[in-house]
Design a protein around this ligand. Structure first.
Ligand code: N01
Length: 542
């Protein structure tokens, strides 16, 4: 420990390691790699018994990416890129999980990770200018820097329904799915929630369950994913085009391998609009969102045409009229919630063993010994699955006891909504950094992870080289960042969403505040690079 740390060598106060990284998922692994490139020592902790982060926990049936497989990956190693084989347009959970384990082994990152160990607290010691991190196993580690790589959608949320403990069957959460196979065959399964997780789960389990009852509070606009097997010649072509693909992904607002539509509402007739949407629907995936019309996020006229187009698709696919109408989102615009990609989602409601219960007017009142109660009716079930989402962006961080200057906790600091600088730092929490904290772009995660991770490691290296011990993001710069991202968000349809986790509205009692930056991954990267190129004007460093 002492003397081993590169940062500490220059300091009077020695620390156990230069950096403590919290989380061993996509972001944490990349960060361990970046820190090593900087010659910094690090230890990483993860609550899960295995590496992988959300790709360890979310192993529910049907779990896979909504990003194209070839860009839901790291770009830092060409060899890795060329060696790995993606088999489908959208990667199933077990393949990403295998990929992350492969990366951990290939780059020798595993030794730095302590698994099955949760970071319970991190306290900044003002006098000694270091962090004291404690774990749930009672270990205490001193470090100069803490980097949270905890993921924006990792703190699972389960509503506090009365009676869950009395339920005589089994219950599961999609975001905490057990490693052992869960046998649903012949069982009556209740699924609560209709977000991206449920949309993937429901069609998959409907094949084996005796009956699936879906409890829907807010219908989603689900776009067909159109998954397909990738053939070797497609993979070869992707490998060849990788430099261009990454260039596109780094410029596309949401970090996807997609281009622009090159047209908006006023460029086409309404008949042409329908044809363009038909074509987009056939190609499927986020192509439908981003390569049909460039103003779907910002022009209400375009948005309404697209929203109605999807409603008509639902009405065409779903045979039972009442069910179709219930599945149609009507009181919020398309992309007012993150649209999930479906794999025969709407088609599944044509099965005899699938039924839909609307809980938008009459909520679930309790869980009974035998099922889910809505109003006076108990819907009997052998298994209940909670696909009820996450305390997004802030939850994974505020659930730890993180205290900055003057012992102020981050949960208190953020009680009216998060305040960050560039989504990576928090005023009065010196040397605490976040890779996918609040206020970073909502996007294909690896693109944001690689940008932020490398940038943070560079900043730490910069401080080490100049013998600087403390960096603190200024309050003014943080306010400005929040104002910028609030303005951007208010110009989009996201501001008009329903129960949207982008705004904290899915969690009872959580502040209504923007949690993501919607200016796009390129503008975000430009903001980061401007900050570092100018010697970090938004930070006080000493
Ligand atoms: O969570 P969600 P998710 N009574 O918050 C309902 C990513 N992801 O895990 O909308 C009844 O979207 C809630 O209803 P409402 C992706 O970014 C990615 O599905 O609040 N229902 C909603 O229907 C995604 O957007 C992939 O009215 C209740 C559902 O639970 C994000 O994770 C796969 C309720 C929660 O939906 C979150 O998705 C999966 C209550 N009391 C997830 N409380 C990929 O493809 C909540 N609900 C990579």
């Amino acid at each position: 420990a002492e003397g081993k740390s590169a940062v500490a060598e220059n300091r009077s106060q020695a620390v156990d390691v230069d950096v403590v990284v919290i989380g061993a998922g996509f972001a944490g692994l990349r960060h361990l790699y970046d820190l090593r490139q900087q010659g910094l020592s690090a230890r990483c902790f993860d609550e899960a018994p295995e590496i992988g982060g959300v790709w360890y926990w979310n192993r529910y049936p049907g779990a896979r990416t909504d990003s194209q497989s070839w860009i839901f990956a790291y770009s830092f190693s060409e060899e890795l890129q060329n060696d790995w084989t993606w088999n489908e347009r959208y990667t199933p959970q077990h393949e990403i999980y295998a990929y992350l384990n492969h990366v951990a082994d290939r780059f020798g990152l595993r030794d730095q990770v302590t698994l099955g160990t949760r970071v319970a607290s991190a306290r900044y010691d003002d006098e000694r200018e270091l962090w004291v991190v404690t774990t749930d196993s009672g270990e205490e580690v001193t470090t100069r820097f803490v980097v949270s790589a905890t993921g924006p959608l990792s703190a699972a949320y389960k509503p506090d329904f009365k009676g869950v403990d009395d339920f005589r069957g089994e219950w599961y959460m999609t975001a905490r799915w057990p490693e052992d196979d869960v046998d649903l065959s012949g069982k009556r399964v209740a699924v609560i929630g209709t977000g991206a997780s449920a949309v993937q789960l429901i069609p998959t389990i409907a094949h084996t369950a005796a009956h699936v009852t879906v409890f829907q509070r807010t219908p989603n606009y689900v776009i067909p994913a159109r998954n397909a097997t990738l053939h070797e010649n497609e993979r070869a072509s992707i490998r060849e085009r990788y430099p261009d693909i990454w260039k596109r992904a780094r410029e596309q607002v949401f970090g996807f391998d997609l281009g622009l539509a090159g047209r908006t509402f006023d460029d086409v007739t309404s008949e042409e609009m329908q044809l363009i949407l038909e074509r987009g629907w056939e190609i499927g995936g986020f192509h439908f969102v981003f390569e049909t019309f460039d103003d779907v996020f910002t022009d209400e006229r375009t948005n309404e045409v697209v929203s109605e187009f999807i409603r008509n698709k639902i009405r065409t696919i779903v045979k039972d009229e009442a069910t179709a109408e219930l599945l149609c989102p009507k009181d919020y615009p398309f992309c007012g919630k993150r649209p999930p990609l479906g794999h025969f989602y709407y088609e599944t409601f044509n099965r005899d063993n699938v039924s839909l219960v609307d809980v938008s007017q009459e909520p679930i009142s309790e869980i009974t010994e035998t099922g889910v109660k809505v109003g006076e009716q108990v819907h009997e079930a052998d298994v209940i699955i909670f696909a009820t989402g996450f305390d997004a962006a802030t939850g994974a961080i505020t659930r730890m006891d993180i205290r900055g200057r003057g012992g102020v906790s981050i949960a208190d600091k953020w009680k009216d909504g998060p305040s960050t600088y560039l989504g990576v730092a928090v005023n009065d929490f010196p040397n605490l950094f976040m890779i996918l904290g609040p206020h970073v772009p909502f996007a294909n995660a690896p693109v944001v992870i690689e940008d932020a991770s490398e940038w943070i490691a560079n900043l730490i290296g910069y401080m080490r080289d100049r013998d600087l011990t403390v960096s603190d993001a200024s309050a003014e710069a943080s306010d400005e960042w929040r104002d910028t991202l609030t303005e951007i968000l208010n110009d989009t349809v996201v501001a008009k969403g329903r129960n949207n986790y982008f705004l904290g509205d899915n969690i009872p009692g959580k502040a209504h505040a923007p949690l993501f930056y919607l200016g796009g991954v390129k503008r975000y990267r430009d903001a980061l690079l401007k900050e570092s190129a100018n010697d970090y004007p938004g930070f006080a460093m000493s």
